[in-house]
Every structure is written in C-alpha cells, then in structure tokens.
Design a binder for this molecule. Structure first.
Ligand code: NAI
Length: 768
C-alpha cells in the first residue's frame, strides 16, 4: 500500500478498501453450507470450494446438490405451494415487502459478500446490484397485491425450478424469485457453482422474515444439479445462462408441458451515429462492456460507429480506457474487478487469440496476474471473425464502422442473438428509427445497461424467450383461465395415403395449396381423399415455399399500422359474412359464425393491443412495445377445421405476423374454401399461407425451419414433442395450444394475442 506522501507525490488515488470482516465472520460461522430445503439448512453433503476470484482465497465449502436433494426440495416446494397460493395477494405482498426491507437493511453485508464471491467492484454491487434487488422485491410486492385485479382468472403455475448464472448472482435470484412468489408459485432455485453465497444469505432472509417453510428452497451445485432440477417434477423452468445449455434444456423439456423461459447470451450492438454526442457515447461504452468486466449478457459488445466520426471516437475511447482502474474489487475506487474464475479468464483469452489470428488487432485487453484482464477492444475486425461472432463475455468489445443508417441496422442485426442494443444519436428521429429496426428485446437510446423491476427484459431470436420484470414478466409465472373444454376431441386419423381413391361424396374437385396469395399445385403432384373432395398432399418443399412466400410478405405487413390491418380484417369479416351459407354448408353454423366473429374481433384488436409506458427509478421514458415475431408457423386443430384455423390465424396476423398454417388433416376443405375470400379481402399475398396434408410431418418441417420465428401447435403430446425438439434448433418459442371448444366465445381475446407478439423495451432519457 503506498504511503500518504507517495500518494501526494503522484496524486494517485489512495486505496479505500471496504471492510469485509463481518462477512468473513459470517462465512466462518455458517460454513460449510448445506442446502436450504423446507425452511431449514440441511446438513452439508459432499461439498465443493468457493473462492474469491480476486485473491484465490477459499471463502466457503458449499454442498453439491444430488438428484435426491433436488427431489427433496421439489417435494418441500410442492407441499408449501398450495398454502402459499391460498394466501391473499396482500398477505403474499407483505412477505415480499419484508424481504425487500431486509435486503435493504443488509445492503452493505450483501454487497461485500457479492463482491468477494464474484469479483465485481464493490461500487457496482453496492450502487447497482443490491439496490436493484431491493427494488425488485418492492415492485413485486405490488404485483402480489394487484395480481387478481390485474390478471383476472389467472392462476400460479405451481413449483418453479430456477437456474441462474454467476454474473449477477443476487440480482438474477431476485429476477427469478420475486415474480414467482408474487404470482403464488413456490420455488427451487439453483445458484451458479462459482457464486452460490448470496443465495445462501438470501435463504437466511427468507427464514428471518418468517416466509412459510418450503416456499423458497435453494439447492447449490453445478450443471449436474441444474440438469436434475430440469428433470424433476416441476411446472416451470426459468433459466439464465449460456445459449448452449439453454438449447439443451429446451430439448429435454420438449413435449413435457413444463413451461419454459430462457434468457440466454447476446452479442449486442452499440451503434454510434454520426451526430452522436461522442463523449457521452464513450461513457456508454464504459457502462456497456467494462461494467462487471464485460460479463453481462446484454453488454454492448459490438461497437458500430459511423465512419465519419470513427477516428475521433476511437481516440476518445482509447484515452478513456487508459483511465480505467483495474484492481482489488473491494477497493471503492476500482472500476474493473476480477473475472469470476480462471476458466472464464482462459475462455476470454482464447477467443481474443482466435480473433487476432484471424486478422483483428487487440487494443488493450492484456491479461494481468490472477483473474484480471484489462479493458480492451478488437479493431480491424471482419464480420465473420470469431471475436465478432462469439460472445466473449469479458471486458473486450469489437469496434467496426458503417457508412449509412441502413448498413448500421444490417450489421446490428447480423447476429443469431437479439438481446439488447444501444443507439447513440442526438436526433430523436434517427435514434427511434434505428431502435425500431433493430431486432432486440431491449433498446437503450443514449444510455446503456439500465435495468429496472418495472421494465421487461428478455431476448429475441437465440437470446431466448420470455420476459423478466414488469407486467409482461408476471405473465410468465401465471396460467390463463382454463378454456371451455372441447366438445369433440377426435384424434387425427392415420397419415393419409397420397393419391388414394376418389372423393368420398362424389364431388370432383382437386383443390390446391395457398402460397404467396396464389393457388399452387403440391410439389409432389399428389392429393388425398377427404370429406368433400381431394385435398393437396403437401410435402417439405411446399412448406419451404410457403415460408419463403411468407418471408417476402413479412416486412410490409409487419410495418403496416394497426388501423390499416384492421381495415383488411373488417373487410375479410364482411366477405366471410357474405359467404356464410356456403361456410355453414361446408362445416356447421357454429363454425361459420365463429370464423366470421374471429375476423371481426381481431380487427378490433389490431390497433388496440398496446404496450405500456412503464415507470422506472431512473428518469427515463420507458416504452414497452409489442412487435410481431415475423413468420409464425401454426398447426391448426384437427377437429374444428374452420373455427380452429381462424381462431389462431386471425390474432397472429392482426398483430402484424405472417402465417404458414397447416390445416386440419382430416377435414381440410373448409380451409381451402377460404382462399377466394382471402383474395377478395385485400389480404396481401403471402400473409396467410395454407398447406394441407400429413399434419405432423409438415409441422416438424415447419418447426425446424430457421426463418420461422415462433410456432403454435395444436396437437397431441407426441407431435408436440417432435415439434418442440425441432424448434429447439434456433430456439423458437412453441406455444402448445390447449384443446378447447373453438366455436366458444372464450376462444378469442387477449390471451391469444399474448402469444402473437414479442415485447421490446425502449429506454429514452426523459426530463432531468
Ligand atoms: P452455463 O450456462 O453453463 O451456466 C449457467 C447456469 O446453468 C449455472 O447455474 C450452471 O450450473 C447451470 N447449468 C450448467 N449446465 C446445466 C445443465 N446441463 N442443465 C441445467 N443447468 C445447467 O454458463 P457457464 O459455463 O458458467 O458460462 C459459459 C458461457 O456462457 C459464458 O462465457 C457466457 O458466454 C455464457 N453465459 C451467459 C450468461 C447470460 O447471462 N446470458 C450467464 C453466464 C454465462
């Protein structure tokens, strides 16, 4: 440690180290740690060591959860859940409120523990992580109080298994536990093996506030413990972590009806337009990629800067980087702390080496002793360079340039991820235009890496699905009211043989597929016998053609305003109504009337399913905006050939999606009757595409297609498993459509629209 006179000589900071005595005493007194199950800490089992990454010192011994431990925790959670859900919203709210108060009372203790365990600077854990944790529990105490008023008829899911990463250990715990409890669920949470300590301290808070035993259970351990939790008897899995593990979990849960939300990796763009305030943008980079040593899923890791200002921006950035202080995380003036573990450090160095081998130049970013890596960035880097493509998850950004706004958007979207983006421009018109065109769940305008309990957070594309925070986040922990049960649930007949026989009722008609607004012969040139004639026997190629046609229609339909889309749907309803007699003759009165009602109903919604402007602790205008997915694949119910199709296709297109629908296999003719009505109703070609034939086979191809962004599947458990497995490839969300009476009034409404949009949260500086 330098002496005072040395410090006076060079005017450098004097170290100001936060006292960790109380935390170290606590660790000594409590350790080794067992799991927290049914309201008490179990005896420690086989343990693993947890170390301070900044020094390598041993902090604690923590139990490695076995499948039996997980099963015991799930059992305790199951036992507790009914009673917890049976409390009134106000009663649950009081517990959440008490947790928030206790987090605040132990703010310093929790910050120091987090910093010791994770290596993040104390300034961050004290000023960002822990206050956000308290805010999360306060906010969700409010949702517990308001659940029944704001989500009428909704029920909790049951027991939620939650798996979290090591980059924001306590904050991720809060993001998972607070909404689950507010909704009336119980929880088994597995913290990351590098950073389990604040979760164990949180377990003590649960005990101290008298939370009913078993409502929150914490089982520590590694990936094997996580896998055991995924395989356990839970009703939901919420996972935050790497895309690869997320993909594996999606595959494991395929067909199980366990609800899944995934918050995965990112390679988020940080776009600096020519007219940006460059000094502010450089501070934005600091907050983006050098915050938490860059171990942030939404880090602005790809800096894209307008060519005209690139030299100045680069100079400012390099100068600012040189002033970042790397050092002991407990020192209050440290900007850059330790990487969480030597394994992660090695991973970062390896990706940087791959990047430089492929021709990029690394500025800064040098590894230090122990778990430290200095801030840096890669320049002269091409779009296919491994450093540009892979999530580095360290304090290393990439820096590249663009000429025009269109190119900026193209580069920003040139990734399989879609978690976040940051856009810098002094022009509101430019910034909001870019924000609208970037495919990401969160966009920060002239700011970066801001979080709040009221602002939904989550990804597009391979960054996962589901949202955490705010009203949308609550929906992911609730089940909507049960629908009116189906009157008939005849299973699909065996896969039809193509080319079989003549039409059963003697009407000689060979219908075609409906692709891109035109009637198309099936690729295989074959038909199959169905009631009312011969239906085209579609195959994989037909699905691919339909997806291609939908892709062409998507940008224009998606960008069309709600009013214009409503006009098209009203006109469709009008034309369906004109053809009612024919539709009744083909199906039934109930089906025909339901079909007309759906077009009319979703025309009403087209310009009214709005987002919200939500309040955050910071002075920002935060808009949560519904956006269409793009191409939605729909396997329509077999048993309600007209009402089922219309009940699903109408809400999807009302929200600006385009659709590839696989019609009822056994009775597709009513769907084929729709072509002419769609044609005459100004529905642009390619917005609705209809394919008939072997439903489950076609659904598998559709679900596996990379351009299909979301899949809705009305089918049996076996076909659902096939579809969910196929969809796991590019992590598209699958909505397993519950069987219901498709002609009933409750087969339409807001709950369908919840599946038809993905939410984008846009932060704009406001006021102050
Ligand atoms: P990881 O995805 O393996 O770990 C995250 C959590 O999942 C931990 O609790 C872990 O124990 C658990 N887990 C691991 N395998 C599992 C399995 N098969 N089933 C269930 N749970 C399992 O991430 P890891 O290995 O710690 O980090 C590797 C890379 O992942 C990072 O370098 C980064 O690129 C990315 N990552 C992204 C995060 C994000 O917030 N999006 C967070 C952590 C890591």
């Amino acid at each position: 440690m330098p002496s005072v006179s040395e410090i006076m000589d060079n005017l450098d900071y004097g170290p100001s180290v936060e006292d960790s005595g109380a935390v170290r005493d606590w660790l000594k007194q409590r350790g080794p740690f067992g799991h927290f199950i049914g309201g008490t800490f179990a005896k420690p089992g086989e343990t693993f060591t947890v170390r301070d990454p900044a020094t390598g010192d041993l902090l604690a011994e923590v139990s490695q959860g076995t499948a039996a431990d997980v099963a015991a925790a799930v059992k305790a959670a199951r036992k507790a859940q009914r009673g917890w859900a049976g409390l009134s919203g106000s009663e649950r709210a009081r517990y959440l409120y008490a947790i928030a108060r206790h987090v605040q009372k132990r703010e310093r203790f929790l910050s120091v523990l987090e910093t010791l365990d994770n290596g993040k600077p104390i300034r961050e854990s004290r000023d960002i992580d822990v206050p956000l944790v308290a805010r999360h529990f306060y906010h969700h105490a409010g949702w517990a109080e308001l659940r029944d008023a704001e989500f009428p008829g909704h029920q909790p899911l049951g027991v939620c298994g939650q798996i979290i990463p090591w980059n924001f250990p306590l904050l991720m715990l809060a993001w998972k536990i607070a909404p689950a409890l507010a909704a009336g669920n119980s929880v088994v949470l597995k913290p990351a093996e590098y950073t389990p300590l604040t979760a164990l301290a949180f377990a003590e808070i649960c005990r101290d506030v008298g939370l009913p035993a078993g409502v929150v259970n914490i089982v520590s351990g590694d990936g094997a413990t996580g896998a055991a939790l995924v395989a356990a008897d839970v009703d939901k899995i919420a996972f935050t972590g790497s895309t690869e593990v997320g993909r594996g979990i999606a595959r494991t849960l395929a067909g199980t009806k366990v609800k899944l939300t995934l918050e995965l990796g990112g390679k988020s763009p940080f776009v600096v337009m020519e007219d940006a305030d460059l000094d502010a943008a450089v501070e934005g980079v600091v907050d983006s990629i050098w915050f938490n040593q860059g171990q942030v899923c939404c880090a602005g890791s790809r800096i894209l800067v307008a060519e005209a200002v690139a030299p100045r921006f680069g100079a400012l950035l390099t100068a600012r980087m040189a002033r970042m202080r790397m050092g002991q995380p407990l020192d209050k003036s440290t900007d850059v702390g330790a990487i969480v573990d030597p394994i992660q450090k090695a991973r970062i160095i390896d990706i940087c080496a791959q990047a430089t081998d492929a021709g990029a130049e690394l500025v800064g970013g040098q590894p230090g002793e122990g778990c430290f890596i200095a801030p840096g960035y890669l320049r002269n880097i091409g779009p296919a360079n491994p450093g540009m493509v892979q999530e580095i998850f360290g304090p290393i950004a990439t820096l590249s340039t663009f000429r025009a706004a269109d190119e900026a958007v193209e580069l920003a979207n040139n990734t399989r991820y879609g978690l976040a983006a940051s856009v810098w421009s002094e022009s509101a018109a430019v910034a909001t235009d870019i924000a609208a065109r970037i495919k990401a769940g969160v966009v920060w305008i002239n700011c970066a890496n801001l979080f709040d309990a009221g602002a939904p957070f989550g990804g597009y594309r391979e960054s996962g699905f589901g949202r955490e925070g705010g009203f949308v986040g609550m929906l992911d922990y609730l089940a909507p009211p049960a629908p009116k049960p189906a009157k008939i649930t005849t299973p699909t007949a065996p896969v039809p043989a193509p080319g079989a026989g003549n039409a059963q009722d003697g009407i000689d008609r060979t219908a075609k597929l409906y692709i891109g607004g035109a009637q198309k012969r099936p690729d295989g040139g074959q038909s199959y016998a169905v009631p009312g004639g011969l239906a085209p026997f579609g195959n994989r190629k037909d699905i691919r053609n339909a997806v291609e046609a939908a892709g062409k229609a998507a940008p224009k339909w998606g960008a069309m305003g709600g009013h214009a889309r409503a006009q098209v749907l009203y006109f469709l309803a009008e034309n369906l109504s004109q053809r009612r007699d024919a539709l009744v003759a083909r199906t039934s009165r109930a089906e025909a009337d339901a079909a007309i009602a759906r077009a009319f109903h979703y025309a009403a919604w087209a310009d009214k399913f709005d987002g919200r402007n939500v309040q955050t602790k910071t002075g920002h205008l935060v808009n949560v905006v519904p956006e269409p997915y793009g191409i939605v694949g729909i396997t329509c119910p077999n048993e309600a050939p007209l009402a089922g199709l219309m009940s699903l296709v109408m809400p999807a297109i009302a929200m600006g999606n385009v659709v590839v629908a696989i019609a009822s296999q056994d009775d597709p003719m009513p769907a084929l009757d729709l072509y002419q009505i769609l044609d005459t109703s100004d529905v642009p070609g390619g917005v609705v595409n209809i394919v008939t034939g072997p439903r489950d086979e076609l659904a598998k191809t559709l679900a596996a297609h990379d351009d299909v962004v979301a899949m809705w599947h009305a089918g049996d458990a076996e076909s659902l498993q096939t579809v969910e497995t196929a969809a796991g490839g590019n992590l598209k969300p699958v909505w397993p459509v519950t069987p219901r009476d498709w002609t009933a009034a409750d087969a339409q409404g807001r709950m369908m629209l919840d599946h038809a949009v993905q939410w984008k949260t846009i932060w704009l500086p406001y006021g102050a």
